[in-house]
Design a protein around this ligand. Structure first.
Ligand code: G6P
Ligand code: MG
Length: 218
């Protein structure tokens, strides 16, 4: 049975994954390297500092901790600038509908995002009230693929992990969900997210009936 749904934010509920990519690419270019769309897949779901480390290792670059913190701050300033210009129509098609129908069917709803900006994004789009629990990057020690974020969400909801289903667009997120002993629906391409229980392109045509067909609710 399924009693709770846990949603990733960037690339699942809002189209912010593209802003993370643009900001990281800008930073990569500024320090003399680059970041391809394929390489960027490895950054999805991963914390800010871990993402920077991946970019530096791809480019064979090394910097001091102080320099790295300054770079991560710079990337975040650009990301926040993009986000502040976002319009409510950048909520991804089908997402709000699914959140609302989960609630209407008695399924608890949590956010599980590695982003420290998650709460601000939800507030900006005026959708924070649709979540029973919000777990973000400020509340965890280890980011995805570690299961900590999803296990914390389940425990705050007071629901056993095996009664949770996770919606994820990142390979690291799918791994985190499975490591937490949760079911996982991958949003994107099967090449990246093949380990998920089901992979669909997006939430556009996905209804609560589809979710219940996959795993019954009590
Ligand atoms: C999410 C995104 C990542 C991002 C991470 C940290 O998991 O998928 O691309 O790096 O959050 O976000 P933050 O807003 O804290 O830098
Ligand atoms: Mg994501």
């Amino acid at each position: 049975i399924i009693s709770a749904a846990i949603f990733d934010l960037d690339g699942v509920i809002v189209d912010t994954a593209k802003y993370h990519y643009l900001a990281w690419k800008k930073l990569a270019n500024e320090i003399g390297t680059d970041l391809s769309v394929e390489e960027n897949e490895r950054l999805k779901g991963v914390s800010r500092m871990d993402s920077l480390d991946i970019i530096l290792s791809l480019g064979g670059l090394q910097f001091s901790e102080v320099e790295k913190v300054a770079m991560a701050d710079k990337k975040n300033t650009w990301f926040v600038d993009y986000v502040n210009q976002m319009k409510p129509d950048e909520i991804l098609p089908g997402a709000k509908n699914l959140l609302e129908s989960c609630r209407a069917n008695g399924i608890k709803v949590a956010l599980g995002s590695s982003s420290k900006n998650a709460k601000a994004v939800l507030d900006l789009l005026k959708i924070a009230h649709l979540f029973d629990v919000i777990v973000d990057g400020t509340m965890i020690k280890k980011s995805k693929p570690d299961p900590e974020i999803f296990l914390l969400g389940a425990s705050l909801l007071n629901i056993p992990p095996d009664q949770c289903i996770v919606f994820e667009d990142a390979e690291a997120g799918v791994e985190a969900a499975l490591a937490a002993n949760m079911r996982c629906i991958g949003l994107g391409s099967p090449a990246q997210l093949g380990k998920a229980n089901l992979v669909i392109p997006d939430l556009k045509n996905f209804t609560i009936e589809d979710m219940i067909n996959l795993v019954p609710i009590h």
